[in-house]
Write a protein that binds this ligand. Structure first.
Ligand SMILES: Nc1ncnc2c1ncn2[C@@H]1O[C@H](COP(=O)(O)OP(=O)(O)OP(=O)(O)O)[C@@H](O)[C@H]1O
Length: 544
């Protein structure tokens, strides 16, 4: 905008007298040098201000958006993560936010700046000589019209591109996650073919969509070029008719050669804005997901867990638990056993409100857990699953996750109880050794011992042990019993195990089969009844 004004002032002062054969210019070159410097200074100050207000605020906003999305994810029920691909969620938080950030820091400010300067120039030119202004600017609404009319198609093709790109990411992610299985079962060629096909498809569709987009944007930009031709034609005709002077005609030609640049920017930026729709709708989808609500109440009526007529299905029509009722008492060990897929892990996860029940209710110390905030509820739980998740940190820090403010001595005590000493002492830096992503440098049994140490450190009143010792050999399982005994002392313990020797000391055993409780009682009672437990005992050659 300012350069155009400068050019106009200079031409009006220096060229008009020359062309009209009149007086000499009113201002000398030095005046225009000072004016140029002043204009440059104003442009610089405005630029800095614009950078600060636009970029800084956009990046701040972007950081907040990422934190809000991550915070939202944290509060979503686990069901959400079961249905979603994790790489997809990461892409939404990182890539989509980056796209939004880039568009709002670059395209949107440019779009508004260009629109404002074009409007001001157009108004100025209309006041100066409206017929030539019409000849110069008639192309703008036509070009914008073409682009706006094709927005629906652009949105559709952007969505297809986006989905195809996500599909490629998923195939790559799956390949990385399952590299061991792919190699073991000789699936390399099949996997590579699948990856090739999905990349090929993505490229083909994207090239076609880009071509369509290119034709539309270039078509609109080509229309713009007609503007200069109509200015030349109308200007020449008006000069011949004596209704416009040479200087005015020249001003329009000069402005005409400059003004279409910003208009092209507007067209490009408008096209870029259509890319955002699908990204914004994905973020909105995430933000609209219902979170698990509940009050931050402390449980003070003991820690008995009661299942009252609980039914649950992960997917509609596929019932996993059916009218299940039982009580796991504080100070007792309640064991859940039964055939694979019977619903044992599901029951344990429902008790910790990883999912919400479909009907019936679960109470902890008499409080309906669906009314308790999941984080507040989990403060009462120590959980040891078979699939242990470890962080890329030292052994010490991985155990300290159980209780962040634990001293080194407390961490070492529980580590010893969980029999971690034996393998940790062989690591190069002992408890300070960083164990790699998800503890990849450790064996299954070692990872499980760290997980038990974590639970010991947390010392919560309710303990869930889901196949907690399944990765340990009999010798280590026996060794670790001291730690487990300390972990479960005076607690409400729900233990899931396939080895009958692991549950032989339980106070109560529940057999979950087909989502229903088929047997319950003490180990002695169940053995005498000759049902599932007794059969398993004899199959595994163990004594209750
Ligand atoms: N996240 C999930 N989404 C959908 N279905 C699931 C999910 N987790 C488990 N299921 C299904 O629920 C049923 C019960 O699974 P669950 O893991 O509770 O059984 P389990 O008795 O613990 O089995 P196992 O002894 O083999 O660990 C199974 O049919 C399983 O396929």
């Amino acid at each position: 905008m300012l350069p155009a004004i400068f050019v106009f002032l200079f031409l009006a002062d220096w060229l008009r007298p020359l062309l009209n054969g009149g007086a000499s210019p009113a201002h000398g070159l030095s005046y225009f040098c000072v004016l140029a410097v002043a204009f440059l200074a104003v442009m610089y100050v405005v630029g800095v201000f614009q950078y600060r207000s636009t970029y800084t605020s956009v990046y701040d906003e972007s950081a907040n958006r990422r934190i809000n999305l991550a915070e939202k994810l944290r509060r979503l029920p686990l069901a959400f993560f079961g249905e979603k691909n994790l790489s997809d969620l990461t892409s939404t938080i990182m890539d989509d936010c980056t796209d939004l950030e880039h568009t709002f820091s670059h395209s949107v400010p440019q779009l508004f700046a260009s629109l404002i300067s074009i409007t001001l120039i157009a108004v100025g030119m209309c006041i100066y000589c409206w017929p030539l202004a019409v000849a110069l600017f008639w192309v703008v609404p036509v070009a914008l019209g073409i682009l706006l009319l094709s927005r629906k198609g652009m949105r559709r093709s952007n969505k297809v591109n986006y989905m195809n790109k996500r599909a490629v990411t998923e195939v790559i992610q799956e390949g990385l996650d399952t590299v061991q299985e792919i190699k073991s079962y000789g699936q390399d060629a099949r996997y590579t073919l699948r990856l090739d096909q999905s990349i090929d498809h993505y490229e083909r569709v994207m090239t076609r969509n880009e071509l369509v987009l290119g034709i539309l944007v270039n078509g609109a930009q080509s229309i713009l070029k007609l503007g200069l031709a109509t200015v030349t034609t109308v200007g020449t005709w008006m000069m011949a008719a004596g209704t416009v002077d040479m200087f005015t005609f020249l001003v329009f030609l000069v402005i005409g050669s400059r003004v279409y640049g910003p208009i092209n920017e507007v067209l490009n930026n408008l096209a870029a804005l259509t890319y955002l729709d699908v990204r914004i709708s994905r973020m909105n989808e995430m933000e609209r997901m219902p979170v698990q609500e509940g009050a931050d109440v402390s449980i003070d009526g003991g820690f008995d867990i009661r299942f009252e007529h609980v039914s649950f299905a992960y997917e509609e029509g596929k019932q996993v638990l059916n009218d299940v009722s039982f009580t796991a008492r504080q100070g007792e060990i309640t064991a859940l056993i039964g055939p694979s897929g019977g619903g044992k892990s599901t029951a344990a996860k429902l008790a910790a409100r990883f999912w919400d029940v479909n009907s019936g209710r679960i109470t902890l110390g008499g409080v309906d857990i669906s009314t308790v905030d999941p984080e507040a509820l989990l403060r009462n739980f120590s959980v040891v699953f078979q699939d242990v998740v470890l962080f890329n940190a030292s052994v010490m820090d991985n155990i300290r996750i159980g209780r962040r403010d634990a001293t080194d001595e407390e961490v070492l005590r529980v580590a010893r109880l969980a029999c971690c000493d034996e393998f940790v002492n062989k690591l190069p830096d002992g408890y300070r050794t960083v164990i790699g992503e998800n503890g990849q440098t450790l064996s299954g049994g070692e990872r499980q011992r760290i997980s038990i140490a974590r639970a010991l450190l947390k010392d919560a009143p309710v303990v869930l042990l889901d196949e907690a010792t399944a990765s340990l050999d009999v010798e280590n399982e026996t060794l670790i019993q001291a730690g487990i005994s300390e972990l479960v002392r005076n607690k409400t313990v729900l233990i899931i195990a396939h080895r009958m020797r692991t549950v032989a000391n339980a106070d109560k055993i529940l057999v979950l089969s087909g989502g229903e409780i088929s047997e319950q009682g003490t180990p002695g009672e169940l053995k005498a009844r000759g049902g599932y437990f007794a059969r398993m005992l004899s199959l595994q050659g163990e004594k209750a």
